[in-house]
Design a protein around this ligand. Sequence first.
Ligand SMILES: NC(=O)c1ccc[n+]([C@@H]2O[C@H](COP(=O)([O-])OP(=O)(O)OC[C@H]3O[C@@H](n4cnc5c(N)ncnc54)[C@H](O)[C@@H]3O)[C@@H](O)[C@H]2O)c1
Ligand SMILES: O=c1ccn([C@@H]2O[C@H](COP(=O)(O)OP(=O)(O)O[C@H]3O[C@H](CO)[C@@H](O)[C@H](O)[C@H]3O)[C@@H](O)[C@H]2O)c(=O)[nH]1
Length: 335
Amino acid sequence: MDSSMEQNILVTGGAGFIGTHTVVQLLKEGFKVSIIDNLDNSVLEAVDRVRELVGPNLSKKLEFNLGDLRNKEDIEKLFSKQRFDAVIHFAALKGVGESVGIPRRYYDNNLVGTINLYETMSKYNCKMMVFSSSATVYGEPKKIPCLFLEEIARDIHRAEPEWRIVLLRYFNPVGAHESGRIGEDPKGIPNNLMPYIQQVAVGRQPELNVYGHDYPTKDGSAVRDYIHVMDLADGHIAALRKLFTDPKIGCTAYNLGTGRGTSVLEMVAAFEKASGKKIPMKLCPRRPGDSTVVYASTEKAEKELGWKAKYGVDEMCRDQWNWTNNNPWGYQKKL
Ligand SMILES: NC(=O)c1ccc[n+]([C@@H]2O[C@H](COP(=O)([O-])OP(=O)(O)OC[C@H]3O[C@@H](n4cnc5c(N)ncnc54)[C@H](O)[C@@H]3O)[C@@H](O)[C@H]2O)c1
Ligand SMILES: O=c1ccn([C@@H]2O[C@H](COP(=O)(O)OP(=O)(O)O[C@H]3O[C@H](CO)[C@@H](O)[C@H](O)[C@H]3O)[C@@H](O)[C@H]2O)c(=O)[nH]1
Protein backbone atom coordinates (compact mmCIF):
# COMPACT_ATOMS: atom_id res chain seq x y z
CA MET A 1 0.00 0.00 0.00
CA ASP A 2 2.46 2.70 1.18
CA SER A 3 5.55 2.89 3.33
CA SER A 4 3.97 0.28 5.62
CA MET A 5 5.02 -2.24 2.93
CA GLU A 6 8.46 -2.29 4.46
CA GLN A 7 7.42 -2.18 8.08
CA ASN A 8 7.85 -5.23 10.22
CA ILE A 9 5.71 -5.54 13.33
CA LEU A 10 6.12 -7.96 16.22
CA VAL A 11 2.76 -8.90 17.72
CA THR A 12 3.00 -10.56 21.13
CA GLY A 13 -0.07 -12.62 21.99
CA GLY A 14 -1.06 -12.50 18.32
CA ALA A 15 -2.87 -15.86 18.48
CA GLY A 16 -5.40 -14.50 20.98
CA PHE A 17 -8.77 -12.85 20.52
CA ILE A 18 -7.75 -9.24 19.85
CA GLY A 19 -4.39 -10.31 18.40
CA THR A 20 -5.80 -12.43 15.56
CA HIS A 21 -8.20 -9.69 14.44
CA THR A 22 -5.43 -7.10 14.55
CA VAL A 23 -3.04 -9.33 12.60
CA VAL A 24 -5.62 -9.70 9.81
CA GLN A 25 -5.89 -5.92 9.51
CA LEU A 26 -2.12 -5.41 9.72
CA LEU A 27 -1.51 -7.84 6.86
CA LYS A 28 -4.25 -6.24 4.79
CA GLU A 29 -2.62 -2.86 5.35
CA GLY A 30 0.65 -4.18 3.98
CA PHE A 31 2.64 -4.72 7.16
CA LYS A 32 4.87 -7.72 7.76
CA VAL A 33 3.95 -9.50 10.97
CA SER A 34 5.69 -11.84 13.37
CA ILE A 35 3.64 -13.33 16.17
CA ILE A 36 5.10 -14.60 19.42
CA ASP A 37 2.64 -16.54 21.54
CA ASN A 38 2.98 -19.38 24.06
CA LEU A 39 -0.57 -20.60 23.26
CA ASP A 40 -1.42 -20.40 26.94
CA ASN A 41 -4.87 -19.04 26.10
CA SER A 42 -5.09 -19.72 22.36
CA VAL A 43 -4.63 -22.36 19.68
CA LEU A 44 -2.62 -22.61 16.47
CA GLU A 45 -5.84 -23.16 14.52
CA ALA A 46 -6.61 -19.45 15.09
CA VAL A 47 -3.40 -18.47 13.27
CA ASP A 48 -4.18 -20.92 10.46
CA ARG A 49 -7.54 -19.23 10.05
CA VAL A 50 -5.87 -15.82 9.90
CA ARG A 51 -3.77 -17.18 7.03
CA GLU A 52 -6.87 -18.53 5.33
CA LEU A 53 -8.62 -15.14 5.70
CA VAL A 54 -5.83 -13.07 4.19
CA GLY A 55 -4.99 -15.59 1.46
CA PRO A 56 -1.73 -17.21 0.35
CA ASN A 57 0.06 -14.04 -0.77
CA LEU A 58 -0.36 -12.00 2.39
CA SER A 59 0.23 -15.13 4.46
CA LYS A 60 3.81 -15.11 3.25
CA LYS A 61 4.26 -11.99 5.33
CA LEU A 62 3.11 -13.71 8.51
CA GLU A 63 5.39 -15.70 10.77
CA PHE A 64 4.32 -17.56 13.90
CA ASN A 65 6.81 -18.19 16.69
CA LEU A 66 5.97 -20.35 19.65
CA GLY A 67 7.57 -18.57 22.57
CA ASP A 68 7.05 -17.24 26.04
CA LEU A 69 7.81 -13.65 27.02
CA ARG A 70 8.89 -14.90 30.43
CA ASN A 71 11.90 -16.48 28.67
CA LYS A 72 14.10 -13.67 27.50
CA GLU A 73 15.87 -16.04 25.08
CA ASP A 74 12.60 -16.60 23.22
CA ILE A 75 12.35 -12.86 22.54
CA GLU A 76 16.04 -12.48 21.88
CA LYS A 77 15.88 -15.22 19.24
CA LEU A 78 13.40 -13.14 17.24
CA PHE A 79 15.17 -9.81 17.52
CA SER A 80 18.56 -11.28 16.68
CA LYS A 81 17.35 -12.53 13.30
CA GLN A 82 15.23 -9.60 12.08
CA ARG A 83 14.62 -5.92 12.61
CA PHE A 84 11.25 -4.85 14.00
CA ASP A 85 9.93 -1.35 13.44
CA ALA A 86 7.42 -1.60 16.28
CA VAL A 87 5.83 -4.01 18.73
CA ILE A 88 2.14 -4.46 19.52
CA HIS A 89 2.00 -6.08 22.92
CA PHE A 90 -1.10 -8.20 23.64
CA ALA A 91 0.50 -11.10 25.49
CA ALA A 92 -0.88 -11.19 29.00
CA LEU A 93 -3.11 -13.09 31.34
CA LYS A 94 -6.24 -11.02 31.30
CA GLY A 95 -8.47 -12.45 34.02
CA VAL A 96 -9.17 -9.77 36.58
CA GLY A 97 -10.14 -12.53 39.01
CA GLU A 98 -6.81 -14.21 38.44
CA SER A 99 -4.87 -11.01 39.10
CA VAL A 100 -6.50 -10.91 42.51
CA GLY A 101 -6.62 -14.65 43.27
CA ILE A 102 -3.22 -15.84 41.93
CA PRO A 103 -1.19 -12.62 41.89
CA ARG A 104 2.20 -14.34 41.64
CA ARG A 105 1.32 -16.11 38.37
CA TYR A 106 -0.25 -12.95 37.04
CA TYR A 107 2.72 -10.73 37.93
CA ASP A 108 5.20 -13.28 36.68
CA ASN A 109 3.50 -13.46 33.32
CA ASN A 110 2.45 -9.86 32.77
CA LEU A 111 5.14 -7.95 34.59
CA VAL A 112 8.19 -10.14 33.93
CA GLY A 113 7.05 -10.76 30.35
CA THR A 114 6.60 -7.05 29.69
CA ILE A 115 9.93 -6.08 31.25
CA ASN A 116 11.77 -8.76 29.25
CA LEU A 117 10.14 -7.36 26.14
CA TYR A 118 11.14 -3.74 26.86
CA GLU A 119 14.70 -4.80 27.65
CA THR A 120 15.12 -6.75 24.44
CA MET A 121 13.50 -4.00 22.38
CA SER A 122 15.88 -1.49 23.92
CA LYS A 123 18.89 -3.70 23.25
CA TYR A 124 17.98 -3.92 19.57
CA ASN A 125 16.99 -0.26 19.40
CA CYS A 126 13.34 -0.92 18.61
CA LYS A 127 11.63 1.73 20.68
CA MET A 128 8.08 1.93 19.41
CA MET A 129 5.35 0.13 21.25
CA VAL A 130 1.56 -0.14 21.20
CA PHE A 131 0.44 -1.45 24.54
CA SER A 132 -2.90 -3.08 25.45
CA SER A 133 -4.28 -1.34 28.45
CA SER A 134 -7.77 -1.32 29.77
CA ALA A 135 -10.61 0.87 30.85
CA THR A 136 -10.19 -0.79 34.23
CA VAL A 137 -7.55 1.90 34.89
CA TYR A 138 -10.60 4.08 35.54
CA GLY A 139 -12.15 1.53 37.87
CA GLU A 140 -11.68 -0.33 41.06
CA PRO A 141 -8.42 -0.17 43.03
CA LYS A 142 -8.27 -3.97 43.10
CA LYS A 143 -7.81 -4.02 39.33
CA ILE A 144 -4.70 -1.87 39.56
CA PRO A 145 -2.13 -4.22 37.86
CA CYS A 146 -2.73 -2.79 34.41
CA LEU A 147 -2.25 0.73 35.80
CA PHE A 148 1.08 -0.49 37.06
CA LEU A 149 2.07 -1.53 33.54
CA GLU A 150 1.09 1.91 32.28
CA GLU A 151 3.35 3.44 34.94
CA ILE A 152 6.26 1.28 33.80
CA ALA A 153 5.73 2.53 30.24
CA ARG A 154 5.76 6.13 31.47
CA ASP A 155 8.91 5.55 33.53
CA ILE A 156 10.69 3.98 30.57
CA HIS A 157 9.79 6.95 28.42
CA ARG A 158 10.91 9.39 31.11
CA ALA A 159 14.28 7.67 31.41
CA GLU A 160 14.76 7.24 27.64
CA PRO A 161 12.71 9.94 25.87
CA GLU A 162 13.35 8.47 22.42
CA TRP A 163 10.76 5.76 23.17
CA ARG A 164 7.37 6.23 21.52
CA ILE A 165 4.63 4.35 23.34
CA VAL A 166 0.88 4.38 22.77
CA LEU A 167 -1.23 2.97 25.59
CA LEU A 168 -4.61 1.86 24.26
CA ARG A 169 -7.27 1.62 26.92
CA TYR A 170 -9.85 -0.83 25.64
CA PHE A 171 -13.40 -0.67 26.83
CA ASN A 172 -15.36 -3.92 26.31
CA PRO A 173 -14.19 -5.73 23.16
CA VAL A 174 -16.84 -7.99 21.59
CA GLY A 175 -17.93 -9.27 18.19
CA ALA A 176 -15.80 -11.14 15.68
CA HIS A 177 -14.44 -10.92 12.15
CA GLU A 178 -17.35 -10.66 9.71
CA SER A 179 -16.30 -13.93 8.05
CA GLY A 180 -17.17 -15.87 11.20
CA ARG A 181 -13.81 -17.69 10.92
CA ILE A 182 -12.09 -16.06 13.92
CA GLY A 183 -13.56 -14.92 17.21
CA GLU A 184 -13.31 -15.17 20.97
CA ASP A 185 -12.91 -18.68 22.35
CA PRO A 186 -12.24 -18.54 26.07
CA LYS A 187 -11.03 -21.66 27.82
CA GLY A 188 -13.32 -22.88 30.59
CA ILE A 189 -16.43 -21.07 31.75
CA PRO A 190 -16.42 -17.51 30.40
CA ASN A 191 -16.24 -14.57 32.82
CA ASN A 192 -17.26 -11.94 30.33
CA LEU A 193 -20.75 -11.16 29.21
CA MET A 194 -20.68 -11.79 25.45
CA PRO A 195 -18.79 -15.10 25.50
CA TYR A 196 -21.22 -16.26 28.15
CA ILE A 197 -24.24 -15.21 26.10
CA GLN A 198 -22.83 -16.98 23.05
CA GLN A 199 -22.47 -20.20 25.02
CA VAL A 200 -26.05 -19.95 26.26
CA ALA A 201 -27.21 -19.41 22.67
CA VAL A 202 -25.69 -22.73 21.54
CA GLY A 203 -26.71 -24.68 24.64
CA ARG A 204 -23.29 -24.90 26.30
CA GLN A 205 -24.63 -22.99 29.31
CA PRO A 206 -28.23 -23.24 30.49
CA GLU A 207 -28.86 -19.58 31.27
CA LEU A 208 -27.22 -16.22 31.71
CA ASN A 209 -26.69 -14.92 35.21
CA VAL A 210 -27.38 -11.21 35.10
CA TYR A 211 -25.20 -9.71 37.79
CA GLY A 212 -27.15 -6.84 39.28
CA HIS A 213 -30.67 -5.62 38.55
CA ASP A 214 -30.85 -2.84 41.10
CA TYR A 215 -28.26 -0.45 39.68
CA PRO A 216 -29.39 3.15 39.29
CA THR A 217 -29.63 2.74 35.49
CA LYS A 218 -32.68 2.80 33.24
CA ASP A 219 -33.30 -0.97 33.50
CA GLY A 220 -31.33 -1.76 36.68
CA SER A 221 -28.50 -3.62 34.93
CA ALA A 222 -24.93 -2.30 34.59
CA VAL A 223 -23.85 -0.23 31.61
CA ARG A 224 -20.66 -0.72 29.56
CA ASP A 225 -19.11 0.60 26.39
CA TYR A 226 -18.92 -2.40 24.05
CA ILE A 227 -16.61 -2.05 21.08
CA HIS A 228 -16.43 -4.24 17.97
CA VAL A 229 -13.12 -6.09 17.87
CA MET A 230 -12.58 -5.01 14.23
CA ASP A 231 -12.86 -1.38 15.28
CA LEU A 232 -10.37 -2.15 18.01
CA ALA A 233 -8.04 -3.78 15.46
CA ASP A 234 -8.22 -0.66 13.29
CA GLY A 235 -7.43 1.42 16.37
CA HIS A 236 -4.09 -0.41 16.54
CA ILE A 237 -3.30 0.45 12.93
CA ALA A 238 -4.11 4.10 13.68
CA ALA A 239 -1.86 3.95 16.74
CA LEU A 240 1.01 2.46 14.72
CA ARG A 241 0.72 5.17 12.09
CA LYS A 242 0.80 7.75 14.86
CA LEU A 243 3.99 6.20 16.26
CA PHE A 244 5.65 6.25 12.86
CA THR A 245 4.69 9.82 12.03
CA ASP A 246 4.71 11.76 15.28
CA PRO A 247 8.14 12.08 16.89
CA LYS A 248 6.55 14.00 19.75
CA ILE A 249 4.08 11.29 20.74
CA GLY A 250 6.11 10.32 23.83
CA CYS A 251 4.02 8.00 25.98
CA THR A 252 0.35 8.73 25.40
CA ALA A 253 -2.86 6.96 26.38
CA TYR A 254 -6.01 6.77 24.24
CA ASN A 255 -9.42 5.31 24.94
CA LEU A 256 -10.76 2.83 22.43
CA GLY A 257 -14.50 2.72 22.92
CA THR A 258 -17.60 3.95 21.13
CA GLY A 259 -18.57 6.53 23.73
CA ARG A 260 -21.98 4.87 24.04
CA GLY A 261 -23.23 2.91 27.01
CA THR A 262 -25.34 -0.27 26.70
CA SER A 263 -26.88 -2.14 29.61
CA VAL A 264 -26.63 -5.90 30.13
CA LEU A 265 -30.34 -6.30 29.35
CA GLU A 266 -30.04 -4.18 26.21
CA MET A 267 -27.11 -6.30 25.08
CA VAL A 268 -29.09 -9.49 25.63
CA ALA A 269 -32.02 -8.05 23.64
CA ALA A 270 -29.70 -7.05 20.77
CA PHE A 271 -28.17 -10.52 20.72
CA GLU A 272 -31.58 -12.19 20.74
CA LYS A 273 -32.59 -10.04 17.78
CA ALA A 274 -29.41 -10.84 15.85
CA SER A 275 -29.53 -14.57 16.54
CA GLY A 276 -33.23 -15.28 16.72
CA LYS A 277 -32.41 -17.23 19.91
CA LYS A 278 -34.02 -16.77 23.28
CA ILE A 279 -31.43 -16.25 26.03
CA PRO A 280 -32.83 -17.50 29.35
CA MET A 281 -31.75 -15.24 32.19
CA LYS A 282 -31.53 -15.37 35.95
CA LEU A 283 -31.41 -12.10 37.85
CA CYS A 284 -28.57 -12.35 40.40
CA PRO A 285 -26.90 -10.09 42.93
CA ARG A 286 -24.26 -7.65 41.76
CA ARG A 287 -20.81 -9.04 41.00
CA PRO A 288 -18.29 -7.72 43.52
CA GLY A 289 -16.08 -4.96 42.17
CA ASP A 290 -18.31 -4.11 39.18
CA SER A 291 -18.89 -0.46 38.35
CA THR A 292 -22.38 0.83 37.55
CA VAL A 293 -21.71 2.71 34.34
CA VAL A 294 -18.50 2.78 32.26
CA TYR A 295 -18.19 4.40 28.86
CA ALA A 296 -15.41 6.11 26.99
CA SER A 297 -14.62 9.65 26.19
CA THR A 298 -13.46 9.17 22.60
CA GLU A 299 -12.50 12.72 21.56
CA LYS A 300 -8.76 12.35 22.02
CA ALA A 301 -8.51 9.22 19.84
CA GLU A 302 -10.70 10.85 17.20
CA LYS A 303 -8.67 14.03 17.13
CA GLU A 304 -5.15 12.67 17.47
CA LEU A 305 -5.36 9.20 15.94
CA GLY A 306 -8.04 10.01 13.38
CA TRP A 307 -9.84 6.89 14.56
CA LYS A 308 -13.49 6.42 15.40
CA ALA A 309 -15.50 3.26 16.00
CA LYS A 310 -17.69 2.41 13.00
CA TYR A 311 -19.85 -0.37 14.40
CA GLY A 312 -22.76 -0.34 16.80
CA VAL A 313 -24.25 -2.98 19.05
CA ASP A 314 -26.31 -4.55 16.23
CA GLU A 315 -23.22 -5.29 14.14
CA MET A 316 -21.35 -6.53 17.22
CA CYS A 317 -24.14 -9.01 17.97
CA ARG A 318 -24.53 -10.01 14.31
CA ASP A 319 -20.84 -10.90 14.04
CA GLN A 320 -20.69 -12.50 17.48
CA TRP A 321 -23.58 -14.73 16.45
CA ASN A 322 -22.10 -15.51 13.04
CA TRP A 323 -18.89 -16.70 14.73
CA THR A 324 -20.78 -18.71 17.36
CA ASN A 325 -23.27 -20.21 14.97
CA ASN A 326 -20.47 -21.42 12.70
CA ASN A 327 -18.20 -22.47 15.57
CA PRO A 328 -20.35 -23.46 18.54
CA TRP A 329 -17.29 -25.01 20.20
CA GLY A 330 -14.94 -22.27 19.19
CA TYR A 331 -11.79 -23.58 17.53
CA GLN A 332 -12.37 -27.06 18.88
CA LYS A 333 -13.84 -29.57 16.44
CA LYS A 334 -16.00 -31.11 19.15
CA LEU A 335 -15.89 -31.56 22.88
N1 LIG B 1 -10.57 -8.86 25.93
C1 LIG B 1 -10.76 -7.91 26.84
O1 LIG B 1 -11.85 -7.75 27.38
C2 LIG B 1 -9.63 -6.97 27.19
C3 LIG B 1 -9.95 -5.76 27.78
C4 LIG B 1 -8.93 -4.90 28.13
C5 LIG B 1 -7.60 -5.24 27.90
N2 LIG B 1 -7.30 -6.44 27.34
C6 LIG B 1 -5.89 -6.78 27.11
O2 LIG B 1 -5.65 -7.00 25.74
C7 LIG B 1 -4.69 -8.02 25.56
C8 LIG B 1 -5.23 -9.09 24.63
O3 LIG B 1 -6.45 -9.58 25.15
P1 LIG B 1 -7.23 -10.78 24.46
O4 LIG B 1 -8.65 -10.61 24.82
O5 LIG B 1 -6.85 -10.90 23.04
O6 LIG B 1 -6.65 -11.98 25.31
P2 LIG B 1 -6.22 -13.45 24.85
O7 LIG B 1 -5.99 -14.25 26.08
O8 LIG B 1 -7.17 -13.97 23.84
O9 LIG B 1 -4.82 -13.17 24.12
C9 LIG B 1 -3.61 -13.05 24.82
C10 LIG B 1 -2.61 -13.96 24.14
O10 LIG B 1 -1.35 -13.84 24.80
C11 LIG B 1 -0.78 -15.13 24.93
N3 LIG B 1 0.14 -15.08 26.08
C12 LIG B 1 -0.17 -14.90 27.38
N4 LIG B 1 0.94 -14.88 28.12
C13 LIG B 1 1.98 -15.05 27.27
C14 LIG B 1 3.39 -15.11 27.44
N5 LIG B 1 3.95 -15.01 28.64
N6 LIG B 1 4.17 -15.28 26.34
C15 LIG B 1 3.61 -15.39 25.13
N7 LIG B 1 2.29 -15.33 24.91
C16 LIG B 1 1.48 -15.16 25.96
C17 LIG B 1 -1.96 -16.06 25.11
O11 LIG B 1 -1.66 -17.39 24.76
C18 LIG B 1 -2.99 -15.44 24.19
O12 LIG B 1 -2.93 -15.97 22.89
C19 LIG B 1 -4.34 -8.52 26.96
O13 LIG B 1 -3.17 -7.84 27.36
C20 LIG B 1 -5.51 -8.07 27.80
O14 LIG B 1 -5.16 -7.86 29.14
C21 LIG B 1 -8.29 -7.30 26.95
O1 LIG C 1 -22.13 -13.76 33.06
C1 LIG C 1 -22.13 -12.53 33.13
C2 LIG C 1 -20.97 -11.78 32.82
C3 LIG C 1 -21.03 -10.40 32.94
N1 LIG C 1 -22.17 -9.79 33.36
C4 LIG C 1 -22.22 -8.33 33.48
O2 LIG C 1 -21.93 -7.76 32.22
C5 LIG C 1 -21.20 -6.55 32.36
C6 LIG C 1 -19.91 -6.66 31.58
O3 LIG C 1 -19.09 -7.63 32.21
P1 LIG C 1 -17.76 -8.23 31.55
O4 LIG C 1 -18.03 -8.66 30.16
O5 LIG C 1 -17.20 -9.21 32.49
O6 LIG C 1 -16.84 -6.94 31.43
P2 LIG C 1 -16.29 -5.94 32.55
O7 LIG C 1 -16.51 -6.44 33.89
O8 LIG C 1 -16.84 -4.61 32.20
O9 LIG C 1 -14.72 -5.99 32.31
C7 LIG C 1 -14.18 -6.24 31.02
O10 LIG C 1 -13.85 -5.06 30.42
C8 LIG C 1 -12.72 -4.39 30.96
C9 LIG C 1 -12.53 -3.17 30.15
O11 LIG C 1 -13.50 -2.24 30.53
C10 LIG C 1 -11.52 -5.31 30.89
O12 LIG C 1 -10.41 -4.68 31.39
C11 LIG C 1 -11.79 -6.56 31.66
O13 LIG C 1 -10.67 -7.41 31.52
C12 LIG C 1 -13.00 -7.20 31.13
O14 LIG C 1 -13.34 -8.29 31.97
C13 LIG C 1 -20.98 -6.38 33.87
O15 LIG C 1 -21.97 -5.52 34.36
C14 LIG C 1 -21.20 -7.77 34.43
O16 LIG C 1 -21.68 -7.79 35.75
C15 LIG C 1 -23.30 -10.52 33.66
O17 LIG C 1 -24.33 -9.96 34.03
N2 LIG C 1 -23.25 -11.87 33.54
